[in-house]
Ligand binder design. Structure first.
Ligand code: AMP
Length: 190
């Protein structure tokens, strides 16, 4: 199994690339943001619990995310691989992820981070707000989401660098160019 984490702040294009990678390699794409948004739109008890937190650009609790991921792994352990998009986002989630995978005799294979400067990120997020009408893409909330990234998620770089799993890839340019770069990095690791 190949277990890839696509890492980086919101707006780097992780989601777009994760879909393409999953399709090319036949891996399961797991976007925790998509899973949570679907719970919210269906009005499930979990959705009702996380709606306000997501709309404010805050992080949903580690406990809920870990529960969600346990269920995802439980249902898909026959898969050839996973592309994780938006998870883990805290040190606690990263540690729990390692434990979860260990239970299945698995581990993280690679962590690839798309590098985009912050000004460009805000521009992209505001454009996405207009195009998709996402409630968490207003300027105020975008600032909060980037703050959450810097406070809680960025420290994971160190965690994965120590494990020699972390690698940065330029996230600026055409979608296909970025995809080709990601694929060549992945192919070297297969
Ligand atoms: P995303 O689409 O990945 O940017 O996620 C949208 C929102 O879902 C985030 O701003 C968080 O509120 C919530 N979320 C998604 N993944 C996580 C996670 N791993 N930990 C905590 N909250 C998350």
């Amino acid at each position: 199994m190949f277990n890839l984490i696509l890492f980086g702040p919101p707006g780097t294009g992780k989601g777009t690339q994760a879909v393409k990678i999953a399709e090319k390699y036949g891996w399961v794409h797991v976007s925790t943001g998509d899973i949570l948004r679907s719970e919210v739109s269906q009005g499930t008890p979990l959705g009702l619990k996380v709606k306000a937190v997501m709309e404010a650009g805050q992080l949903v609790s580690d406990e809920l995310l870990i529960e969600i991921m346990e269920s995802v792994f439980g249902k898909n352990m026959g898969a050839k691989g996973f592309v994780l998009d938006g998870f883990p986002r805290t040190l606690k989630q990263a540690e729990e992820l390692d434990d979860m995978l260990k239970k299945f005799g698995e581990k993280i294979s690679s962590v690839l981070s798309l590098k985009v400067d912050e000004e460009e990120l805000v521009k992209r997020l505001l454009k996405r707000a207009q195009d998709q009408g996402r409630k968490d893409d207003t300027e105020e909330v975008i600032k909060n989401r980037l703050l959450q990234y810097h406070q809680h998620t960025k420290p994971l770089i160190d965690y994965y660098e120590k494990k020699k799993l972390f690698q940065e890839v330029i996230g600026v340019g055409g979608i296909e160019d970025i995809f080709n770069t990601l694929c060549s990095v992945i192919n070297d690791k297969l």
